[in-house]
Design a protein around this ligand. Sequence first.
Ligand SMILES: O=C(O)CCC(=O)C(=O)O
Ligand SMILES: [Fe+2]
Length: 475
Amino acid sequence: HEFFSSTDQTAQLVEKKKDLLMSFSQYIDAEEKNVETMKSALRNLLLSYSDPVDPEEIMRDPVTAYKLLRQLRDELINIVKHIQPSFYQCNEYQYELDFLEIPQMEDLNGAALGLIRLQEIYKLYPEDIMKEMSLSADEACHVGLVAFNEDKFQHAFFWFQYSLNTLTEYSATNKKDLLHYLSFSAYRFGSQPVAIYFGQQLLNLDPTNDEVKVQLSLYRRHHLLRTSNPDIFILNTESSNYETLCRGEIDERTSKRQRALSCRYSTGGGNPRLMYAPVKEEVEWDEPRIIRYHDIISDREIEILKNISRPLLSRSETKRGVSKIRTSQSVFLKEDYPVVARVNQRIANITGLSMKSAEDLQVQNYGIGGRYEPHYDSGDDENERIATFLIYVSVALVISPNGIINIIGLHFGVALKPKKGSAVLWYNLLKNGNVDLYTEHAGCPVLKGNKWVANKWIREFGQEFRRPCSLSYWE
Ligand SMILES: O=C(O)CCC(=O)C(=O)O
Ligand SMILES: [Fe+2]
């Protein structure tokens, strides 16, 4: 617009000013109202705020950890929702917000899936896993939905059932939805009578719902066709070797085998660096040979390693990228950190192997129900991981009895207890360069506690004279 070249334009502007004043006043009213809402939101947030207990402490219980994540997400969203443009005048607040990361739905789903995995592996009903902390009906329903979407219909059923039993007038969860999901998960699990029972309940609540009628008749037809009706109320106890080992049910340490194991002080074959401070060495398993070294890292070094790693952690990958079989975060640390250089040197002294082609030290922290499912550390590339040196950085309170397991054959195995400050060493490759098929291993899901480990993967190149090759097919 050009105002100087038309008197009418300027006349119109007077009208506009009147409108503008009106809306300006309305805007102020709205802002005032907004301030009131914000104040009341802040009051509510302050009410639910209690003095920070050690957050690491809270994260030890997986159910509490799930709850905390969910609450934080809701509250942070609540704060951000109230932001108006005028807030951007408050630099400090804006700065805080710019760096705020709100947990996404994906995080909540991941936490819920962690709970479900724990239940599967340790054979736990919802009541078993909620010994310390209970979930609300809404939270339980969310866990149920996550289980349902992963086709874990029995666990989904249990959570929906728990949700139904704890439903209150304040719950956001709808009873009809719950009945629908209860019926549908029972059907998908193969328990038609239970599916029919809940379908019927839903129909009683909602007698005009034609969809339910159609579904019920489908369930009845299937019930007549099917011969087996698995009992959805009883957890199946069949399990893989991995699961049995994690539960501590099998351990092939027969007394005969145990007697052949030994422990001693070692100087790494006369390494001058270990002459005055020999390392405590214990053979934990004979085939493949697994050696435990006790007290190889001090509490102070552990704290430093954790502090360096914390801000650098990112989701761990496997050879195929990010994967559900490995739920942890990790970081590779360079030797620029004196503590890392020290630890690497110690590993070199103890193993007598060259660190020239080794990978950087990897520090790893597991998540809710975090685990590393059975895998081999080495494959058949040119310069493979000849050995793994795994340090238990911190395993405070891990109730799952076992940190890492080595599965030997289909029905055998050994479960190693994660002991803080100790490390275990094994060779992934035979002396002839082939993968030792007995070195398949896993990290059991963390049932309780915060599990940190540090890995040093030592590679083949440079070990020619330290671990001579063999031409034998067998060794
Ligand atoms: O955390 C564990 O106990 C096992 C870790 C592991 O096997 C790996 O990182 O390759
Ligand atoms: Fe591994």
